[in-house]
Write a protein that binds this ligand. Structure first.
Ligand SMILES: *[C@@H]1O[C@H](CO)[C@@H](O)[C@H](O)[C@H]1NC(C)=O
Ligand SMILES: *[C@@H]1O[C@H](CO)[C@@H](O)[C@H](O)[C@H]1NC(C)=O
Ligand SMILES: *[C@@H]1O[C@H](CO)[C@@H](O)[C@H](O)[C@H]1NC(C)=O
Ligand SMILES: *[C@@H]1O[C@H](CO)[C@@H](O)[C@H](O)[C@H]1NC(C)=O
Length: 454
């Protein structure tokens, strides 16, 4: 029997801390059986999806949209309990994305599968400079799969990695969701671990700073003329991991404020009272004047109703710092996939003496709202042919060095401490070791039976 090894590793995500267990799944050929053996359930309900391995197919569930997909390997026939319109032969060879799923693009690039994009792509509203105008590649007009939140007349898959009910690392873990459609579990896990380890390393180092600045996340809707103070899990966790305390209405209160109603504006200002930093995620069509003036007297410094230090001290930041040539903010597309960048962006603003890998690159997205300083995306996106390698360097972290030392010169080559990369390597080596060990045992057992038979 010829055995072709196929390494799959599953991650169990709990409270944003990834405890990783390696399991071996083997694909046997040379017999009629072709299957994902070692049936293993990927349990990541906190991340909003699950993956189940069932012999020759996998069942992927997007818990957020309630959609379920069957991914059938090795061109086997579709199992009876799998509906045709949500079943796919994997690995997917050609795919595309809808305009409502641009947030999936950075995940696509971290896996390096943008080469499988087929059909038309219009890059006007896409911030990544690594996506080519698909009009050059229209030979395949009906790709196997389209990432979309709605029915598009082709088999579609909903991708919810940017859902704000998810924490920062849970959003990033949607790399595994995407990877499973391409039989790229191990690549996805490697990329996720790189990002999560850098994130956790900076978060840990930051605990030594621990000054707990007070922050709020707002957005202004220029059409409805309402403010929202965001209190979703994503904002709570990201702020907390960056050494801040989120100020937001509790979940029972309404968090949207109509500017036409004075009492609502007053309530808004009272909610923001004491906020030292405001991170505003309004659309790029909203400028600071609009944002500030809509708050009326309640946003003026030294008003008698509420003191909002962020406004009085010009510490209101927007996510308009990095845009494409059409003025679309890269934050809206890339921040879900890159919690490591989001974390360092905020840290750089809250604690400017905390060392980040390359201070000239941070903040990536945030900019003083009143100053309107913008960069064009093409200058700092990383190497398109290896985004994950660029990503690992961008947020490189050395355990124990940048938190307390307050030096600004730390680089990825920091000498003291253990680099996160080393830990990942050890982990992977352990996983591979376990796999080889199991193969060895399996082969031995097999040989033993053979001798018995003789
Ligand atoms: C880009 O966004 C603008 C504004 O939302 C919209 O009018 C336009 O149709 C979009 N273009 C594409 C190609 O999606
Ligand atoms: C607000 O009050 C402080 C002192 O209480 C004063 O220094 C500052 O000039 C005032 N700002 C404005 C805009 O009136
Ligand atoms: C980035 O965009 C600017 C302005 O469009 C252009 O001058 C510059 O050459 C671009 N840089 C790269 C690396 O493409
Ligand atoms: C980008 O990455 C590829 C593959 O890793 C490498 O061959 C190439 O030299 C890199 N380009 C730059 C500009 O670093």
């Amino acid at each position: 029997m010829r055995t072709i090894g196929f390494l799959a590793i599953s991650t169990f995500l709990l409270n944003s801390v990834a405890t990783v267990a390696a399991v071996a799944a083997e694909f046997r050929s040379g017999e009629d059986i072709r299957e994902y053996i070692n049936i293993d359930i990927f349990l990541a309900t906190l991340s909003g999806f699950t993956i189940e391995y069932k012999n020759y197919y996998k069942v992927v569930t997007n818990i957020i949209t309630g959609q379920k997909y069957c991914l059938v390997g090795w061109n086997q026939v579709r199992p009876e309990d799998c509906p045709q319109d949500s079943s796919f032969n994997v690995p997917i060879q050609e795919f595309n994305f809808d305009t409502d799923s641009y947030h999936a693009i950075p995940y696509i690039e971290l896996l390096g599968i943008q080469t499988k994009l087929s059909g038309s792509v219009s890059i006007q509203n896409i911030t990544s400079p690594c996506i080519l105008d698909g009009s050059q590649n229209t030979k395949i007009t009906s790709p196997q799969m389209v990432l979309s939140l709605r029915s598009v007349g082709l088999p579609y898959v909903s991708f919810s990695g940017n859902d704000d009910s998810l924490g920062p690392l849970e959003k990033a873990s949607w790399l595994l969701y995407l990877g499973v459609f391409f039989d790229m579990e191990s690549e996805a896990l490697l990329a996720y671990n790189q990002i999560a380890n850098n994130y956790n390393c900076h978060k840990r180092n930051l605990q030594r700073v621990n000054k707990n600045k007070i922050v709020s996340w707002t957005s202004f809707d220029p059409i409805k003329k309402t403010y929202t103070i965001n209190g979703d899990n994503y904002y709570t966790q990201l702020s907390s991991d960056a050494g801040a305390v989120l100020r937001s209405p509790n979940r029972l209160q309404d968090n949207t404020y109509n500017t036409a109603v004075f009492t609502e504006l007053h309530a808004l200002a009272l909610q923001l009272q004491g906020a030292e930093f405001i991170f505003d995620i309004s659309d790029t069509s909203v400028d600071y004047n609009t944002w500030y003036k809509s708050g009326g007297v309640y946003f003026t410094p030294n008003n008698s109703f509420a003191h909002v230090p962020a406004i009085a001290d010009s510490q209101v930041y927007s996510t308009h710092g990095l845009v494409n040539s059409n003025g679309i903010s890269d934050w809206t597309q890339r921040s879900a996939a890159r919690p490591d960048l989001a974390l360092l962006d905020i840290v750089e603003l809250l604690y400017p003496t905390f060392a980040v890998p390359d201070a000239s690159e941070f903040p990536v997205w945030f900019t003083r709202f009143d100053k309107k300083e913008q960069r064009l995306i093409n200058e700092s996106y990383g190497n398109c042919s290896s985004i994950i390698t660029s990503a690992a360097k961008e947020t490189a972290c050395t355990i124990g060095t940048d938190g307390g030392s307050h030096t600004r010169t730390l680089t990825s080559g920091g000498k003291a401490g253990v680099s996160v990369g080393v830990i990942i390597f050890v982990f992977l080596a352990a996983g591979l070791g376990l796999w080889l060990f199991r193969r060895y045992r399996r082969n031995k057992r097999h040989n033993f039976y053979r001798m018995n038979e003789l």
